[in-house]
Write a protein that binds this ligand. Structure first.
Ligand SMILES: Nc1ncnc2c1ncn2[C@@H]1O[C@H](COP(=O)(O)OP(=O)(O)OP(=O)(O)O)[C@@H](O)[C@H]1O
Ligand SMILES: [Mg+2]
Length: 695
């Protein structure tokens, strides 16, 4: 019996009883003093409809008995016949026994002694308002008017009708009849709520197909759930449809966003409890354009798992958002796994579990992600990200790309990238060189950096033919240097006692002087910004390595002497394994290449203090010197297959992120490290770069 029903019955009964009593007595005052009326109004109606509508407990019986004894006081002495005294003794019994039971009982009734159960159950029937006061009401009325009188007839009918309408079964029938009458939308009922999975996901058993409207995945529904706050109409979306025991079931997801979105469609307040109605007018695709799925179990702060069920495509690298605790936290999809859940009776339920790693909340002002320290609750909806506005870059910042398919920028701080060294990695053809050349062009427009490119592939000279490049060492000087190397080598090949030590010394000094002069000119001349060191026309590879070593040693010395007074210098090592190989990959020219490595390692280790930095470009991490690579505080890695590289990079990116390296698409890379504005590793997309000078 609903509260509403009881209230209506209460008002009607009181009014009706007052009307009857006024008709009989012609006076309201007279009526109130009469026993049958007071027991009728105060006790029968009040107690049975308001205080104990469902059943009476021992304490209720006690109160009923006390109330009854007070109403018996209204009976005039002349009316106190043997029935009256029977009532008095019965009420006395109820008062004593219910009070005693109230004290004796400690346990649920069916765990009590049999005798206690007997008395308690008996009292509940005899002492409930309907029994107690029906007898008072009828006895009082008969006593006052007599069985044969005219007055007794309306009172008797009144009592009978009240008792009938007060029966729970009758109430239920009337209530459901009224609600069916009231709702013309019953044809929209899909099924009944069967359970709740969490506070916002409901399990619904559908009616057979011919008894309900057609239902599709992602349709919107409304319902009132009987367990929660009365009369609240919830709105939700059909998130899943499946079969179980030859019956169709759906899962309904409810949340604030759905409620807000469907706000313009008036709620149907007259729907029945626990019946789920289809909202036919809704064709809202706005929500569905962004809805991707719901958070599933085993999500952790750094990585969420979600059940993917959507019309929207999901992809590795895609940015998604989850709102909880008044924050919107962004995650990047890394993995999708198909799963099968075993239901009862061999029924199965197949779905896709997505995994996404936390990037954090987006700080609009600072244009960066900030880690968020908590995990979203289960069943929270997951959406694709909404657009953000472009923001102007600050001085010294460079946009290297965007999070795939979004406007979330990936921003590099050029100063940090140069001075704290950067590595660009990836298998052949993934776009390392194109990316790096684009980076170099941006460094040049920043106009604060000189670039020295060591490129034995010859690519850079061609592609940079539109910009002015200079040779640090002009060709005559270069020839002289190589000649001096030959002289020194020739001398060194002799027995020590036959070597011309003086000649070796002067030759070496001359080499140093040339290098020093040339480097100083390059550093101080504002018109010289880029220099490319290419494979010279000499056959002795030992000499090339010796030349490279001497050059960088001298450069480091000058930088050290000039501490802070010169422009930044970025040394680009293209195909780094040829210049700074890992020792076990360096082959027969061991000693010479070790020397080059040492001179560059010195820059890697201390260059930061003197404004000299490295840009290391390599295909695999295995054959490049770890002394150099581990000094790179900023890393961009395109696709990598080999385990050694993936393992090495997981130190920078974390295991989860590094595990997607083998499947990265063209122009996509993972960025991490000091120079990136957001210091969480993330997958980003390099824009399409058209190089003017094709190779
Ligand atoms: N951002 C880009 N936009 C457009 N095309 C690109 C981009 N990056 C790379 N490419 C294309 O891919 C080709 C290979 O790129 P790139 O030479 O940079 O590869 P790589 O990683 O340096 O390979 P390798 O290790 O063999 O030198 C380029 O010639 C270019 O056509
Ligand atoms: Mg290349």
């Amino acid at each position: 019996m609903s509260k509403k029903y009881r209230f209506i019955l209460f008002v009607i009964s009181i009014l009706l009883l007052l009307v009857i009593s006024i008709c009989i007595n012609k006076s309201i005052l007279l009526s109130i003093s009469q026993f049958w009326l007071s027991s009728g109004i105060l006790l029968l109606i009040l107690l049975s409809l308001i205080d104990q509508p469902h059943f009476s407990k021992d304490a209720n019986i006690f109160v009923n008995a006390i109330t009854a004894s007070i109403s018996l006081l209204l009976v005039a002495p002349k009316d106190q016949d043997w029935i009256f005294w029977l009532f008095v003794s019965f009420v006395g019994y109820l008062v004593i026994s219910s009070y005693a039971l109230f004290w004796i009982r400690n346990n649920p009734l069916n765990e009590e002694l049999k005798i206690v159960q007997l008395f308690s159950r008996l009292n509940r029937i005899l002492g409930k308002p309907e029994t107690l006061f029906s007898s008072f009401f009828l006895w009082g009325a008969i006593k006052q008017f007599g069985l044969q009188s005219n007055e007794i007839i309306p009172l008797f009918w009144y009592w009978l009708i009240f008792m009938i309408f007060n029966m729970p079964q009758v109430a239920e029938i009337i209530e459901s009849f009224l609600s069916v009458q009231a709702t013309k939308t019953d044809k929209n009922i899909l099924g009944m709520i069967f359970g709740v999975q969490s506070k916002n996901t409901f399990l619904v058993k559908l009616f057979p197909v011919n008894q309900r409207p057609v239902l599709r995945l992602f349709d919107f529904v409304e319902f009132k759930y009987s367990v929660e706050e009365r009369n609240y109409v919830r709105r939700g979306m059909v998130f899943d449809i499946y079969w179980l025991n030859e019956e169709q079931w759906i899962k309904v997801l409810t949340n604030k966003e759905i409620e807000v979105m469907l706000d313009s469609i008036p709620k149907n307040e007259l729907i029945r409890y626990d019946a789920v109605y289809k909202i036919s007018e809704s064709n809202s695709t706005e929500y569905l354009k962004r809805f991707l799925g719901i958070i599933s179990e085993n999500s952790i702060i750094g990585k969420i798992r979600f059940i993917y069920n959507s019309r929207v495509k999901a992809m590795e690298g895609q940015l998604i958002e989850v709102s909880f605790n008044d924050e919107t936290v962004l995650y990047q999809i890394l993995e999708g796994t198909t799963k099968v859940e075993q239901l009862e009776n061999k029924n199965q339920f197949g779905y896709i579990m997505g995994e996404a790693i936390q990037l954090g909340t987006w700080n609009k002002e600072r244009c960066q992600f900030e880690q968020y320290g908590w995990v979203p609750p289960i069943n929270t909806p997951v959406y694709t990200v909404s657009d953000i506005e472009d923001k102007k870059l600050e001085k010294g910042e460079l946009l290297v790309g965007y999070i795939p398919d979004t406007k979330y920028p990936v921003i590099l701080n050029m100063d940090l990238a140069i001075t704290h060294h950067m590595a660009i990695l990836g298998v052949t053809g993934t776009g390392k060189s194109v990316f790096s050349r684009n980076l170099i062009r941006q460094y040049l427009t920043y106009n604060d950096t000189k670039i020295i490119i060591v490129d034995f592939t010859g690519e850079y000279a061609k592609v940079f033919s539109d910009i002015k490049t200079t040779n640090i060492i002009n060709s005559t000087d270069e020839t002289t240097i190589y000649e001096k190397f030959e002289i020194v080598n020739n001398e060194l090949e002799k027995f020590p006692n036959q070597q011309n030590k003086e000649l070796i010394k002067t030759s070496n000094n001359e080499i140093t002087t040339i290098l020093n002069r040339s480097l100083n000119t390059f550093i101080s001349d504002q018109s010289q910004m880029v220099s490319i060191i290419e494979l010279p026309d000499v056959s002795n590879s030992q000499n090339i390595l010796e030349y490279t070593k001497r050059l960088f040693k001298e450069l480091f010395k000058i930088a050290k002497d000039n501490k802070g007074r010169m422009k930044k210098i970025c040394i680009v090592l293209e195909e780094a394994h040829t210049v700074v190989p890992e020792w076990n990959f360096s082959g027969e020219s061991n000693k010479a290449s070790q020397n080059v490595l040492n001179s560059i390692a010195q820059i890697a280790l201390q260059g930061r203090k003197y404004n000299v930095g490295l840009l290391v470009i390599a295909q695999r991490t295995a054959n490049v010197s770890k002394t150099i690579l581990t000094q790179c505080n900023t890393v961009v890695s395109f696709q990598e297959y080999d385990k050694t590289s993936v393992d090495f990079l997981s130190n920078y990116f974390g295991d989860e992120m590094a595990s997607v390296l083998p499947t990265l698409r063209f122009r996509r890379a993972i960025a991490a490290g000091k120079a990136f504005k957001s210091n969480v590793p993330m997958i980003f997309e390099v824009p399409n770069i058209e190089e003017k000078w094709k190779l």
